[in-house]
Design a protein. Sequence first.
Length: 177
Amino acid sequence: MERTWLDGRIALVQGDLTRLQVDAIVNAANASLLGGGGVDGAIHRAAGPELREACRALGGAHTGEAKITPGFRLPARHVIHAVGPVWQGGGAGEDAALASCYRASMRLAAEHGLRSIAFPAISTGAYGFPIKRATPIAVDEVRRALEAGGPVRRAVFCCFSPEDAAAYERVLAVLPA
Ligand code: ADP
């Protein structure tokens, strides 16, 4: 399933992020950048052990930051590792930190001349960020970055569950097709 908005520049797909052929997929990483559960584990499994070696050299990252590696055995050429906030009730700067993840990822993609990027729903799994509060943040930041110009032509929101896809659709519905 894929739906698009803004002349195809934003797409919504339900499925496995690790299968997407894009210039970069974004990993919902933890601060160690050394792998974990959820989408992080799936990305490391699909990319192979070279990814962990490349990540080790990055020396970790702070919440809201993003760092880039090759994609190794993934169909995606690169992985952008973004560290989302752990949900603490909403009053600890989680919204700003989540926005920073999307902004930093789009900035890195642009700096590397990448044309397409795909995001999971960062922080909304094990990190507990409510999906309905995360989707407007994700869509706003990505849309803003796309509209600012630059090499990134297409951004994909990729989610596993139909419920998460529906949450994105409700936010994306206000955009022009
Ligand atoms: P976080 O620790 O940032 O919350 P998780 O990996 O636990 O990260 O969850 C983030 C989101 O990624 C969740 O919505 C989860 O369902 C989703 N997810 C997990 N595996 C995949 C995958 N292979 N492709 C796309 N989305 C995935």
